[in-house]
Design a protein around this ligand. Structure first.
Ligand SMILES: [Zn+2]
Length: 403
């Protein structure tokens, strides 16, 4: 055993810091690795050379700020991760490598009334089919990230009540899927995964304090504080849909009155348009008509934006995020909804907090959650297999490189 504090254990710790930084970011220049890990440029250079010789990382020439640089990423063939996302009416699966490249991705309609075991059977089949399609050996699967549309109790891994898949509450989704696939499975709710996805691949890149807001059948937020998802002990952090906006407003499914959700979720908003626009409406079609200039749809989208903005102003005062990313179908409305959100933030948030905030549409659309599931699998996997596999030979023989 290595003694803690010995040169070799410090060296090992530095290797892990570099591998972890690259694993989470996808690719980084050596200067960025130094900034992220706090290691000196010389140490990073030595460690990257060693990891490259061991086959753990790949180094490609790039340019940063007009200067030549070296971009470091984990080797594409070092392993794969899998993302599984259960949504309201779909099941989506993506397979990615450790260099953050998506190798295969597919979405299937999901019957909302299907039992959870039917749902997990379908997920197992789709995962197996996509692994086969990539031609990668199953033993290379480092882990699975799983998204579900409801709160996950952090201690027990149990899915709480969900308006979207009511028959699924009380199940343990990670355990279910682990039993079928035989690999580690990490689970989180769809809003948290949307936040992770946008942070790693989309509109939240480079931001450490962020809220991802998804308006669909419910309204939820994924909160990233100091670079980490904040879940709370019961996994219910981010339930922005149940902020009270009007104590004498409509009764909400949570039992309270006038929650944010009752002014913004599809089932409350669409009926407002039914007398004038007919009954065959979806949020998607309302957004499309609003973009085409329909005044009624524009009005409804703007009102939804103002109400979301009130919730965002509360978030802003409590957490002071630097970015809010709007996901879901509503984001397609662009400035028609973002403008009113910013207006409400300007009106209700503390001016200094509002000034630091940018409100952007999500860049990933309906893929945010499944890519977030990939990011979850990447962030939860350890580095021991990477470092103790192909790289061990060179590690054992190497001289300590910390400076
Ligand atoms: Zn409520």
């Amino acid at each position: 055993m290595e003694t803690p504090g010995s040169q070799s254990s410090l060296h090992r710790a530095n290797l892990e810091r570099v591998v972890r930084a690259v694993r989470l970011a996808g690719s980084l220049t050596q200067a960025e690795i130094a900034r992220t890990t706090g290691l000196s440029a010389a140490t990073v250079s030595n460690i990257v050379r060693e990891l490259k010789d061991g086959g753990t990382v790949e180094v490609t020439p790039t340019s940063a700020g007009g200067r030549r640089a070296r971009s470091v990423s984990l080797s594409g063939d070092a392993g794969i991760v899998i993302g599984v996302d259960f949504g309201h009416t779909h099941l989506r699966v993506a397979v990615g490598n450790l260099a953050h490249q998506v190798l295969a991705e597919e979405s299937e309609p999901l019957d909302v009334d299907a039992s959870s075991s039917q749902g997990f059977d379908r997920a197992e089949q789709l995962v197996n089919r996509l692994i086969e399609a990539t031609g990668v050996d199953r033993s290379k699967v480092a882990g699975v990230g799983l998204g579900v549309p409801g709160p996950i109790d952090v201690e027990s891994g149990t899915l709480g009540s969900t308006a979207i898949l009511p028959g699924w509450s009380g199940t343990r989704p990670a355990e279910e899927l682990r039993g079928r696939l035989g690999v580690p499975v990490h689970v989180d709710n769809d809003a948290n995964l949307g936040a992770l996805g946008e942070m790693v691949w989309g509109s939240g890149r480079g931001v450490r304090d962020l809220a991802y807001i998804k308006v669909a059948s419910g309204v939820g937020a994924g909160l990233v504080i100091s670079g980490k998802i904040y879940r709370g002990p019961g996994g219910t952090a981010g339930e922005i849909g149940h902020i009270t906006l009007d104590e004498s407003g409509p009764v909400c499914r949570c039992g309270n009155r006038g929650c944010l959700e009752t002014f913004t979720a599809a089932r409350y908003v669409l009926p407002l348009l039914q007398p004038s626009h007919g009954t065959d409406l979806t949020m998607e079609s309302v957004v499309r008509m609003a973009r085409d200039g329909d005044p009624g749809c524009r009005r409804v989208i703007a009102d939804v934006g103002r109400h979301i903005g009130s919730g965002v102003a509360n978030l802003c005062n409590l957490l002071n995020p630097s970015r809010v990313v709007l996901g879901g179908d509503l984001a397609e409305a662009g400035e028609l909804v973002l403008g009113p959100i910013r207006e409400s933030v300007g009106r209700y948030a503390i001016p200094s907090a509002a000034r630091q905030l940018s409100v952007l549409p999500g860049a990933l659309g309906g893929r945010a959650e499944v890519l977030g599931a990939l990011a979850l699998a990447l962030s939860e996997m350890g580095d021991s297999t990477l470092l103790d596999g192909t790289a061990t030979g060179s590690l054992a023989a190497s001289t300590p490189a910390f400076t």
